[in-house]
Design a protein around this ligand. Structure first.
Ligand code: MSP
Length: 648
């Protein structure tokens, strides 16, 4: 590969999920890294895409009455649209249903099968449908799936296995001799711990079509499709010409970074490297596992109804502010907390106050005192020298931060420099200089402030490309230099004297956080101190406040499927559609409704109810119904209204 090239990948996202902040985070991170590397003139390739096979897609397609591919075609656009809005500059978007991918997966399978590295055997185990994974009895926790804690079914079937076990020692050696391979270090320890704890088993890489038909057919047995992970991981090489375009492949492979979330560490640091070893392909240079975004200190989940919707955040605060918050707010490798309140506080402090205000104050003074033309650089005093040294150091710091995957540190240094420029500005009191007519000193102060803003705008550009383009234009930078070039950011006195300086509107208008109108996720369920106080005040038995009513989230839903729950004459297991999502709800209405009579009914559901397990079946929500003297009727809507509409 070209030694200087940079190839970064994101996980390919399950197409049946709505994109959330976690998906947005990894993709923005990859984008910011790709943009930095491009600014450093490194040939860069950035790949993202979607993971389109598997049980969940098959089920969702069935529920929507469309073919699985149609379902994928309909839903992939959610990701593509979001990436466009977020200003993501991927070079390629791979879908695992594309022939350029499926053909390579099949070629790899044939090859490994012919070489005896894939064999057939009978397998008995416990299968978790949502996770699409088999477990041994000892893996189960209280008889349930160790990952998602749902029920598993015991199944026996003939399957195909990849001889993963034979690579165990080689993989341990590789990880130990390549400390950069798994980062951060604690994740490396996690994988090593896993590999050293027990003998590594072989990997079941097939699923019988009788159970799951939506997958890549095994080239040597038409009754089976490929296990989704064995299919999905290959995207990283099928997209860059593995087996089809050697020149392209050697240009980009091995990848510089596979960026992943911590939950998919084993697949990327055990399955994937052993697959590559079997294929005789070099391993990626680094698999980097980042932490999770939590909402407050709670895990994000559909059933808690606290999933942060990136589109809502962008609508309210703008793309660049959202990108900035995600990059500055997470120390790579650790979990981070997202709440709209923290977001607004950081936005106001860093962007509206420190950066935006300084730019608008300095530019306004140039407009007023220098007819909007950039003043000369003039002589440099101690204060200016200090400021310049800091700014130039920030450029070096950022390059290091990018190399060491410490973007939050790099951004922190830039913002610290901007704060220093604010101090310099306030210390020099340009408004006093303007009043006294000392234009020479005034010009010097403004010009040095502008130089600092130029460097900051360049260093922040990969993170906030739109706003920093506006800022750079406002600083009078000519169009051919609007995209910053890293070496220029390590020089002082670059702006052109006499260039037109102008900023039409505030770069980052101050935002206000309104507690009762969240853009992204509903407020936490715990009462706020204000709520607690109001509760005390109106403590009339049986009477609740409007805030308490607001805690119950009611939505319209359409019943898509219904069936009885085994060993119960009261319960029905329902699948309901709520906007684009499907949910399973168990409801005690079997005595009043036959399953068939329910299909297509538009009902009202409590959607933020804690999940429960009834007769071994998970239930995520509750249908509203009225009961009177032994008669029960579901509450439905008076006329058509789309599912997912909020009720209240
Ligand atoms: N399809 C697989 C990946 C296959 S890669 C060959 C997959 N898809 S996913 O859509 O479920 O998840 C994609 C990524 O989102 C994972 O890296 C996961 O860690 C990340 N996140 C999901 N929730 C997250 C947060 N709350 N915070 C940060 N990232 C999280 O897994």
């Amino acid at each position: 590969m070209g030694h200087n090239s940079f190839y970064v990948t994101t996980p390919i996202y399950y197409v049946n999920d709505k994109p959330h902040i976690g998906h947005a985070y990894t993709t923005i991170l990859a984008d910011v890294l790709a943009r930095y590397h491009r600014l450093m003139d490194e040939p860069t390739h950035f790949l993202t895409g979607t993971d389109e096979h598997g049980q969940k897609v098959q089920q969702a397609a069935k529920a929507n009455n469309v073919s699985p591919l149609e379902h994928c075609n309909n839903t992939v656009v959610r990701f593509q649209e979001l990436w466009q809005r977020l200003g993501i500059t991927h070079d390629d978007f791979i879908r695992t249903t594309e022939p350029r991918h499926t053909q390579i997966v099949q070629a790899i399978l044939s090859d490994l099968h012919e070489r005896g590295l894939i064999y057939s055997a009978s397998y008995k185990g416990w299968y978790c449908v949502p996770c699409e994974r088999f477990y041994t009895e000892k893996d189960l926790v209280d008889g349930k799936c160790p990952e998602c804690h749902r029920n598993t079914e015991e199944l026996e079937e003939r399957s195909y296995f990849f001889k993963m076990s034979q690579y165990q020692d080689r993989l341990i050696d590789y990880i130990e001799s390549h400390p950069e391979f798994i980062q951060p270090a604690h994740r490396r320890q996690e994988t090593l711990g896993f590999l050293k704890k027990q003998p590594l088993g072989d990997l079941c890489i097939s699923r019988p079509k009788a159970r799951l038909s939506w997958g890549i057919e095994l080239p040597f047995d038409h009754d089976y499709v490929t296990y989704v992970w064995f299919d999905a991981l290959v995207n990283y090489i099928s997209a860059v010409g593995y087996r089809t375009n050697d020149a392209l492949f050697s240009q980009w492979w091995p990848a510089s970074y596979h960026l992943i979330g911590k939950d998919i560490l084993t697949t990327h640091t055990v399955y994937w490297p052993t697959m590559l070893m079997a294929m005789g392909v070099e391993l990626p240079k680094t698999v980097f596992a980042h932490g999770w975004w939590l909402v407050g200190d709670t895990k994000m989940s559909k059933s808690l109804n606290n999933v942060v919707n990136p589109m809502a955040m962008i609508d309210q605060y703008g793309v660049d502010a959202f990108r900035y918050f995600l990059m500055a707010g997470m120390s790579l490798g650790q979990d981070a907390s997202f709440t709209e309140k923290i977001f607004v506080e950081r936005y106001n402090a860093d962007l509206a106050n420190d950066l935006g205000n300084l730019a608008s104050r300095a530019i306004k003074m140039i407009e007023r005192n220098f007819a909007g033309l950039m003043p000369p650089c003039a002589e440099i005093g101690d204060d200016e020298r200090e400021l310049a040294t800091l700014c130039l150091a920030a450029a070096g710091n950022m390059a290091e931060a990018v190399k060491n995957m410490q973007l939050d540190n790099g951004l922190g240094t830039v913002l610290a420099t901007v704060r220093e420029a604010n101090r310099y500005f306030d210390k020099m009191k340009p408004w006093v200089l303007a009043k006294s007519g000392d234009l020479a000193t005034l010009g010097r102060v403004l010009r040095h402030t502008m130089e600092c803003l130029r460097i900051a705008s360049g260093l922040l550009y990969p993170c906030m490309p739109k706003k920093m383009t506006i800022l750079r234009r406002a600083l009078g930078i000519s169009e051919d230099a609007i995209t910053p070039h890293m070496p220029r950011l390590s020089q002082w006195n670059v702006l052109s004297e006499g260039a037109k300086v102008a900023l039409d509107e505030a770069l980052f208008p101050r935002a206000e956080y309104k507690e009762d109108a969240p853009a992204a996720a509903p407020p936490a369920m715990a009462p706020t101190p204000k709520e607690k106080a109001s509760k005390k005040a109106d403590a009339v038995p049986g009477v609740i406040s409007i805030a308490e009513v607001g805690k119950v989230k009611l939505q319209t839903a359409e019943i898509i499927a219904a069936e009885p729950v085994a060993n119960s004459d009261k319960l029905l297991k329902l699948q309901v559609r709520i906007d684009q999502d499907l949910r399973q709800i168990v409801s005690g209405i079997a005595k009043f409704y036959s399953p068939d009579s329910l299909i297509g009914k538009h009902v009202i559901v409590i959607t933020n109810l804690k999940p429960a397990v009834l007769r071994g079946v998970e239930s995520n929500g509750m249908l509203l119904a009225a009961e009177h003297q032994g008669v029960l009727r579901l509450i439905t809507t008076d006329g058509p209204i789309p599912s997912g509409a909020s009720v209240g």
